[in-house]
Write a protein that binds this ligand. Structure first.
Ligand SMILES: NC(=O)c1ccc[n+]([C@@H]2O[C@H](COP(=O)([O-])OP(=O)(O)OC[C@H]3O[C@@H](n4cnc5c(N)ncnc54)[C@H](OP(=O)(O)O)[C@@H]3O)[C@@H](O)[C@H]2O)c1
Length: 256
């Protein structure tokens, strides 16, 4: 039996909402919820989004790599008595570069630490039937030299999401690990900033955030634990299970 108050306002929380995949999620979710909390650092982007979305958006300008931001986010949900139907943990970034490049620890703080912290603070505000989308990547399917910390952070996200989906199943909360491949967003510009040409890879067959989110919304509706958008990425997932990771790393290193 669903214990949810039928008059309660359904809301969503989307991190990384100011651009790319997260922003696209906000537009898609606006058709399904009454209110969306949108989190990112760039206030002007969030305010712009607020004007463009047909349901009320609450802009929360937080740097999620800071523990103080996580605390403030928790307080906001508590003060509002939030009833979350959907959490999308999308904030993340990558850095391409040689061993020991700058930004590796900041990547762990955002891609791993903040994702776990936001999940743990959001779950108590979720009800039976709610959904969590943890944005991982095809980078989670094998180690990636030149992107070592990023790929490892996404292995964490994928593993965490899959285990969490079992843990939260008895509460009726569905957890989907979303594994997009290369997608046309600001992500690659940020990843390549400061990288030399030896670490920049060819990114063939890039998809769009619209396509990624369309696949993810379908996965949410079907309550699937894993969503790998696109045939090529599905083939990548399949072959990563049967081809030794050393061979996949060799292929990756040839793609320069
Ligand atoms: N694009 C791809 O090829 C691709 C492929 C696989 C997986 N992914 C994953 O998809 C997710 C979204 O990436 P995207 O492609 O949409 O990239 P994007 O356009 O660069 O979006 C990244 C989002 O994260 C937010 N963000 C970055 N640092 C933050 C911080 N410290 N605190 C709060 N928010 C922060 C950014 O907002 P502000 O800068 O305003 O803070 C932005 O909204 C990431 O987790 C990424 O790893 C991307």
């Amino acid at each position: 039996m669903c214990r949810r108050d039928p008059l309660a306002m359904k809301s969503a929380l989307v991190t990384g909402a100011s651009s790319g995949i997260g922003r696209e999620f906000v537009f898609a979710l606006a058709k399904n919820v009454d209110l969306i909390y949108v989190v990112a650092r760039r206030a002007e982007r969030l305010q712009e989004l607020q004007q463009q979305v047909e349901v009320p958006c609450v802009p929360l300008c937080f740097d999620l790599s800071l523990p103080s931001s996580i605390e403030k986010l928790g307080e906001k949900l508590k003060n509002d008595g939030a009833d979350l139907s959907v959490l999308v943990n999308c904030a993340g970034f990558a850095k391409l570069g040689p061993f020991g490049q700058a930004g590796n620890l900041a990547m762990i703080d955002l891609n791993v630490r903040a994702l776990v912290a936001v999940t743990e603070l959001a779950v108590p505000f979720m009800h039976e039937g709610a959904s969590i989308v943890q944005v991982a990547s095809t980078a989670a399917f094998q180690p990636l030299p030149g992107m070592n910390v990023y790929a490892a952070s996404k292995v964490f996200v994928l593993s965490y999401a899959r285990a969490l989906s079992r843990e939260l199943a008895e509460r009726g909360i569905c957890v989907t690990a979303l594994c997009p491949g290369w997608t046309k967003t600001e992500f690659l510009d940020i990843a390549q900033q400061g990288a030399d040409k030896n670490t920049v890879h060819k990114m063939p067959f890039m998809t769009t955030p619209e396509f990624v989110v369309k696949c993810a919304m379908r996965a949410i509706k079907k309550r699937r634990g894993l969503c790998v958008p696109g045939l090529l990425n599905k083939a990548h997932f399949f072959f990563s299970k049967i081809i030794p990771s050393g061979t996949i790393m060799d292929i990756w290193e040839l793609m320069r």
